[in-house]
Ligand binder design. Structure first.
Ligand code: NAP
Length: 320
């Protein structure tokens, strides 16, 4: 098989590698598209090594066709159209995935676009809905509203029946997209003070944050009583000087999680919930893919450069 691969810190190049063999409960997927995720930039720089047992090749999600099944697979068979969450290995023509991380892509649904969903749906469900327990009628604040994650979080909160959906982004164009995707109030954080806007317009019951740093205090300020704030990254810093008095007085919960290193059984639980609660909305078109653009697998470096530069909205995909 071919993969876009390179040692940490070095440029990716197409290399020929042995095709992986599916083990117990696993399938081999012939990749139609591989999704970029911000974590790929950190892994490539040597700051986010793959968890034990995971492929050293970049790539946390793919769509494609099942090419082989390992012993004990129950649900998927050769020829099935699928999209999958991975612990690594997606930047390749073939990849192995646990069948508990797969979702079926029906005939008629664009197989390339199906790759816009797994990482974002799984992450948002595990954080916003499972841990933070967003309920219909509650207000939701989503930072990075037009990130690969944010474009799904806004739409999922919308179909779930959130009352107010606040989304922050760094340009007016990104704010316009956030509104299209269901943000009832998009906030350009370069021209408005997000915590003042959110507080004045009803406050946040659940906040999904990927910024950290000084947003930690600001999220606390924007939260309603009994609010839940969940971090999936700390792009502006893990350390902050925080006044916890409002956490105490408003009975807030501060949480943070990662998805990649969770055991396969836990990912299976998340997959089942996503399939039950949100996949039907994807298939009906109520939740739509947001594609920034595609690059050939051989141009993985250029694709990562686009993500690093930050002008993108939604998903960047590699096509083998
Ligand atoms: N914990 C987990 O399990 C998990 C899973 C998936 C993703 N994540 C994290 O979630 C975040 C989004 O992932 P993604 O793949 O969707 O990435 P992405 O598309 O590159 O989005 C990153 C977003 O962060 C915003 N941002 C705010 N402050 C930033 C800063 N200082 N530097 C760079 N961007 C900044 C950008 O929005 P503006 O341009 O509007 O500022 C951009 O929309 C990443 O930090 C990723 O590591 C965590």
């Amino acid at each position: 098989m071919k993969a876009a691969h390179g040692a940490p810190g070095e440029a990716l190049a197409i290399v020929e590698m042995d095709r992986p063999m599916p083990g117990k409960g696993e399938v081999l997927i012939e990749v139609a598209a591989a999704g970029l995720n911000r974590a790929d930039l950190a892994q490539k720089a040597g700051r986010y090594p793959p968890p034990p047992g995971a492929s050293p090749i970049l790539g946390l999600e793919v769509s494609g066709i099942v090419a082989e099944v390992g012993p004990g697979t129950e649900r998927f068979k050769v020829g099935d159209r699928v999209c999958a969450l991975l612990a690594g290995g997606g930047y390749a023509t073939h990849v192995v995935a646990d069948e508990g991380s797969l979702m079926a892509v029906p005939a008629g649904f664009d197989l390339t676009l199906a790759c816009c969903f797994p990482e974002a749906l799984f992450t948002v469900w595990a954080n916003v809905f499972d841990r933070a327990g967003l309920k219909p009628g509650e207000n939701f604040l989503c930072h990075g509203a037009t990130s690969g994650i944010g474009v799904m979080a806004l739409q999922m909160a919308n179909v779930w029946g959130a009352a107010k959906i606040f989304g922050t982004a760094g340009s007016d164009e990104k704010c316009a997209l956030a509104r299209e995707l269901g943000a009832t109030r998009a906030i350009n954080y370069r021209t408005e003070v997000f915590e003042d806007v959110v507080k004045a317009e009803g406050g946040a019951d659940v906040t999904l944050d990927m910024v950290g740093g000084d947003y930690i205090q600001k999220n606390i300020a924007a939260a309603n009583a009994d609010g839940r704030i969940i971090n999936i990254a700390y792009q502006d810093g893990f350390a902050a000087s925080v006044n916890f008095a409002p956490v105490l007085m408003k009975r807030l919960s501060l949480m943070a999680t990662t998805l990649r290193a969770r055991p396969v059984l836990e990912k299976r639980r998340i997959r089942d919930a996503v399939e039950r609660d949100f996949w039907p909305h994807v298939l009906s078109g109520a939740i739509r893919p947001v594609l920034d653009g595609t690059f050939p697998l051989a141009e993985a470096e250029a694709a990562l450069a686009r993500m690093n530069q930050g002008g993108h909205s939604g998903k960047i995909l590699l096509l083998p």
